[in-house]
Design a binder for this molecule. Structure first.
Ligand code: SDX
Length: 426
């Protein structure tokens, strides 16, 4: 097994160590390069491992995704989202008693106190739920910042429980504010996804009445979104956390990064795109636009930095999507016909095949969430809700071992040093 690679600079050859992965690609340790007067250059980090991690593994060519070694297909089929939260945080599946205690801990921490709820009065029904969610999570720092020792494993676990518990409540409050409706408090007798749906669509003071099929489908959607290695928002959480910022600030930074349509905002952008296309006979016009380099339009929900054959989450989501559509009786939804036409073209057209652009998780989650009656502006907030355990597991993993503040360098192409010219001489 290779243990070094050689590099020759100005005729001098030296060895760079190769660090071995437990699964997947090994890495060349380039930390000594700066002593040799060189940086590495990798905009977008296509070939860069920014950290060590034992949480999630992705093989983009084989379409493999595992959380702590467990395949996503098995977890989506057999686990509950809170079970996956425990697994991501602790590294092992919980025993029955551990799981019962964890679920109780989360239920106990779901309520938001009335004073904090006043934060939402600063928003209007025009405010996007993600703007409210970002502000609310950052605001939790005001409530939980004091006495928080980020180097204490116990304090990190408490922050994790607070964030996993409060994100569904805050997301539901963001939705209720956006429709001008009164908040529905969490109900400790309900499951995690069921509680979220009741806080969104229930009536204050009335008994919950949530579809078990929809709650089960949503819980699966949360599992599929729970973590994804060093994606843009998780890397943002790690960089923010590396400055020793508190976890609420670091997670709020991750929520902000997720919002972009190239990342978690894609599920909402998929529905906006399907609505803009409107009918099957306009699909070819938009596919042509997606291929036109002069046109910034891209097919939302297609392509992925890592998956180059298929997104295993999309495969699971696709079957879940059909189950929800059947239950909701919307199998012939016109937008679904447009989506199916796009899917067919993307699998047949050279442009997409050559660039290995396939439907990703956001393509199917957007359609599934629409079939579930979830309002489009809430889609990315749901992505943030599902991704919470992954973000906080990576934050905690980083803080549990020696780390350095994230501070990349650059290839400088600006002017060399020059003297200032006084205004009266310019
Ligand atoms: C998520 O990283 C993660 O793990 C993210 C995520 C997670 O769980 O955290 O999986 C969640 O963010 C999924 C991706 C959601 N985004 C979208 O669906 C938006 C549409 N997709 C694109 O923006 C794009 O595919 C990205 C951002 C997802 C990936 O971009 P890359 O890896 O930087 O690829 P690229 O932009 O270099 O594209 C390679 C080629 C280019 O053409 P050429 O210059 O080679 O001719 O493919 C083209 C691109 O123009 N291309 C597309 C396209 N995506 C890439 N052309 C049309 N439509 C698209 N969607």
């Amino acid at each position: 097994m290779k243990h070094t690679v050689q590099i020759t600079i100005d005729g001098v050859t030296s060895d760079l160590p190769v660090l071995e992965a437990s699964v997947g690609l090994d890495v060349v340790d380039v930390r000594s390069l700066i002593q040799k007067g060189l940086y590495t250059y990798d905009p977008g980090f296509l070939s860069t491992a920014a950290c060590e991690s034992a949480i999630t593994y992705i093989d983009g060519d084989a379409g493999v995704l595992t959380y702590r070694g467990y395949p996503i297909e098995q977890l989506a089929d057999q686990a509950e989202h809170l079970e996956v939260c425990y697994l991501l945080l602790h590294g092992e599946l919980p025993s029955a008693s551990e799981f019962a205690a964890f679920k109780q801990d989360i239920a106990d921490r779901m309520p938001i106190d009335e004073h904090f709820a006043n934060l939402f009065s600063g928003f209007t029904s025009e405010s996007h739920p993600m703007s409210m969610l970002c502000a609310a999570v950052a605001g939790l720092a005001a409530q939980f910042h004091d006495g928080l020792d980020i180097y204490s494993a116990e304090h990190r676990l408490e922050s994790a429980k607070q964030l996993i518990a409060k994100i569904p409540t805050l997301a539901a409050m963001s939705y209720r504010k956006s429709i001008g409706a009164a908040f529905v408090p969490p109900d400790p007798s309900l499951g995690y996804a069921e509680n979220f749906l009741n806080m969104c669509f229930g009536t204050p003071g009335q008994a919950p009445n949530v579809s078990a099929t929809l709650a089960s489908a949503l819980d699966k959607i949360f599992i599929l979104h729970a973590d994804h290695e060093q994606n843009a928002s998780t890397s943002t959480v790690r960089i923010a956390g590396s400055t020793e910022a508190n976890p609420y600030a670091a997670i709020a930074a991750g929520i902000a990064a997720l919002w972009g349509p190239s990342h978690g905002g894609a599920n909402e952008a998929v529905l906006d795109m399907l609505n803009e296309i409107g009918s099957v006979d306009r699909v070819s016009e938009f596919v042509a636009r997606a291929k036109d380099k002069e046109d910034p339009f891209k097919l939302m929900g297609f392509g992925h930095r890592v998956y180059k054959n298929f997104d295993p989450r999309a495969t699971v989501m696709q079957s879940s999507c059909h189950a929800v559509l059947a239950e909701q009786g919307v199998e012939n939804e016109p937008l679904l016909e447009v989506a199916k036409a796009l899917e067919t073209i993307a699998r047949e057209e050279d442009y997409f095949i050559e660039r290995r652009l396939y439907p990703n998780i956001d393509f199917y989650s957007g359609i599934t969430l629409k079939a579930m009656g979830i309002p489009t502006p809430m889609y990315t907030a749901l992505f943030a809700l599902g991704r919470m355990p992954g973000w906080i597991a990576h934050w905690s993993e980083m803080l549990s071992a020696p780390f350095k503040i994230g501070r990349p360098r650059q290839l400088y192409l600006g002017p060399a040093s020059r003297d200032f010219i006084p205004l009266n001489e310019r």
